[in-house]
Design a protein around this ligand. Structure first.
Ligand code: SF4
Length: 381
């Protein structure tokens, strides 16, 4: 057994553990563990500094999880885009391929908690269906392995999947969506890296949310992946009490860049049942972006996105930098709030732009989901 597997066996994962180690009432611990399984491996547990700190909030169950009576289990409507059990096919040229239900730490904010930790919903027996689906769909050129955490699979099992994907000529890139570099960096072994190297291009997207997670062990794991030729990106989730502070996010993203991890997304928290207590106003996310852009290297600035409820996909949000137009001039402000004018190129107006045409088509179409612009209150106006 490898070190990471031994560490996993020592995880806090039962209602009894919650009672004994964290002082939960027995009945409450059982309810919480039934609602969404608990697993905290010893490495991640060791990062907690005090009760209720940003690490604690991400891994220790909270009674508030049981209070979200109306929220949805699948707010992103992934099931509607799921042609076979293991695949979500939402975007034209890429799919999400769920290969295991297991994670080394179950994040209390998980969007996919309706499935994660439940082997009856995500299971290795559905993997062949996923490979067959991808092979039959020539438009799929990008496959994101997720779950659960694909690095919970053994190297042997993971290699079978990677090799299976590489036999499909139209699959150009493979992405591993894994939280292991953050929550159990001991999983990143030389053996794993040697194996992954055989199947490039393989990108890794990981998931750090707070600067305390950027430890020496995590840095080593990320460096090993980078040395193995995997570009490593980060997807953070904005959460109340964890990272809803511009200084915390600035520190996190600077540290990530130093660890050779490129910040990719900050997600506005999804509307998933049992996670409402993590939600922050969108204003906070915009303020964070305002504090990043210009105040640190552009490489450390991710996209801030809302994954649109109902399955609309990721929509980027930006602080307001374009203040308006004055004739042909565009009025802009920079990161210090100084105002600048940019003389735009004069265009012959030959009717609507393609963007305007697309928007009008959607508005006038039968499938009108969004309110018309005059019905919207534009953020920042
Ligand atoms: S690692 Fe990912 S899939 Fe697993 S619990 Fe955390 S957010 Fe959910």
């Amino acid at each position: 057994m490898e070190l990471w597997q031994e560490m996993l066996r020592q995880s806090v994962d039962s209602a009894k553990d919650l009672v004994q180690r964290f002082g939960f009432e027995k009945e409450q611990a059982e309810k919480l563990n039934k609602f969404f399984h608990t697993r905290i491996n010893p490495y991640y547990l060791s990062l907690i500094r005090y009760p209720g700190d940003p690490i604690w909030l991400q891994c220790i169950p909270d009674a508030q999880e049981l209070e979200d009576k109306d929220a949805l289990e699948d707010p992103l409507n992934e099931e509607a885009d799921s042609p076979v059990q293991s695949i979500t096919h939402r975007y034209p040229d890429r799919v999400l391929f769920l290969v295991t239900s297991q994670c080394s730490m179950y994040c209390r904010f998980c969007t996919r908690k309706r499935k994660v930790s439940d082997p009856s919903k995500i299971n290795t027996r559905y993997i062949q269906d996923g490979l067959d689906y991808i092979a039959a769909h020539l438009e799929v050129r990008d496959v994101v392995l997720s779950g659960g955490d694909p690095l919970m699979l053994t190297d042997f099992m993971l290699e079978k999947i990677l090799a299976g994907l590489r036999e499909i000529p139209h699959v150009e890139i493979i992405r591993l969506g894994t939280k292991m570099p953050c929550v159990l960096p001991q999983r990143i072994t030389s053996k794993l890296c040697r194996m992954i190297k055989k199947y490039h291009p393989v990108y890794v997207n990981t998931h750090f949310n707070h600067p305390w997670e950027c430890t020496a062990e995590a840095e080593k794991g990320c460096a090993m992946l980078a040395d193995a030729g995997c570009p490593v990106g980060n997807q953070a989730v904005l959460m109340k009490g964890v990272n809803d502070d511009p200084d915390v996010m600035l520190e996190l993203h600077r540290k990530l860049l130093k660890m050779r991890v490129r910040p990719y997304y900050i997600y506005q928290a999804d509307l998933t049942k049992g996670t409402n207590h993590f939600r922050t106003p969108v204003r906070v996310g915009l303020e964070i972006m305002d504090k990043l852009r210009g105040h640190t290297s552009g490489l450390a600035v991710p996209y801030y996105v809302i994954d649109a409820p109902g399955g609309g996909g990721k929509i980027p949000l930006l602080p307001q930098y374009v203040l308006g137009r004055n004739g042909n001039d565009i009025i802009l402000r920079n990161f210090k709030y100084d105002i600048y004018t940019y003389p735009d190129v004069e265009e012959q107006k030959a009717g609507d732009t393609e963007m305007e045409r697309q928007f009008k088509r959607k508005r006038n179409g039968h499938d009108r989901k969004a309110p018309a612009p005059q019905e919207m209150e534009l953020i920042g106006k």
